[in-house]
Write a protein that binds this ligand. Structure first.
Ligand code: ZN
Length: 292
């Protein structure tokens, strides 16, 4: 396992982590400048942040500052209540692939979606099995496009508390079943994003990471699980402040040959988003060395 204690060469910071500074929104170009000042070499931006700053401008800035993208957030949301919805999701996902290519991302992260309409509070039905079939079909369609563009797709299993509204793929095992069905040769075009926040509790985690192997382990996301957790979405903890044994999981992932970035992804309305961006970034660097 790599030694992270001496530097932050392998630190990536998902730009949602510093979406806000002292409660105020920070533009993506300002975020990138703050990263560059601290020698942070890799980022993983969100589509809405890129759209707000302009894809061309951000792409230029990424190249000028020499950043790598450990991933691009995000595609997915495949289940739809009707054909028009399915088509809209497909179109949007192909655009996400194009943007990821323009930015030179290592992979496009997929948050696959749950019951259509549930995110808006009005689920169209209760058939999660149907949603799961639509997810697999949707990834299958997108995979052809992404493969021709040379952009790997990383399915991110989300914690089961998001099964209804954000992702009906909830374990590494489920994600890998989809990978095996759609990419049986394990070509590298389809894999998983292993986010410790979502999968740390899974009794099969170590075995499924071994099953994934280097070829399917496309991204590694870190933050911590706080006790108590006060908000289902936006109360993620800084590494070291919660109950996840992050080094143990990183050891399993790197044991398979994963040698990419460790990406910090924290959504925190009540704590980190209230602090100054400088403090949040400096803490990410320190905890990357001591708690990851
Ligand atoms: Zn993640």
């Amino acid at each position: 396992m790599r030694d992270f204690s001496g530097d932050h060469r392998w630190l990536s910071i998902n730009t949602a982590t510093v979406r806000f500074s002292q409660g105020r929104a920070v533009s993506l170009d300002a975020i990138l400048d703050a990263y560059a000042k601290r020698g942070i070499r890799a980022i993983s931006p969100w589509r809405d942040q890129v759209a707000a700053a302009g894809l061309t401008a951000i792409s230029r800035q990424v190249r000028a500052l020499g950043f790598e993208l450990s991933g691009y957030c995000r595609g997915g949301m495949f289940p739809a209540a009707d054909e028009a919805g399915r088509q809209a999701a497909d179109d949007d996902n192909r655009r996400a692939v194009d943007e990821a290519c323009e930015l030179g991302a290592a992979c496009l992260v997929l948050v696959v979606g749950g019951l259509p309409g549930a995110l808006e509070g009005h689920a169209a039905h209760k058939d999660i099995g149907l949603s799961r079939r639509q997810v697999e079909d949707g990834i299958g369609r997108l995979l052809e496009y992404a493969r021709s563009a040379g952009m790997p797709l990383a399915i991110e299993p989300l914690h089961p508390m998001y099964a209804a509204d954000r992702a009906c793929i909830n374990t590494m095992e489920q994600a890998l079943d989809v990978c095996d069905a759609l990419d049986p040769e394990s070509t590298g075009a389809l894999g998983v994003a292993c986010d410790v926040y979502h999968v740390w509790w899974d009794p099969k985690l170590e075995a499924q990471i071994a099953r994934a192997g280097q070829q399917r382990l496309l991204a590694f996301h870190v933050c911590d699980w706080l006790t108590p957790t006060r908000d289902l979405l936006n109360d993620r903890g800084m590494m070291g402040d919660g109950v996840i044994d992050i080094p143990r999981i990183r050891g399993w992932v790197e044991g398979q040959g994963f040698a990419g970035y460790s990406e910090v992804e924290i959504f925190s309305t009540g704590n980190w988003w209230k602090r100054d961006i400088a403090e949040t970034l400096d803490t990410c660097i320190a905890r990357h060395k001591s708690a990851v």
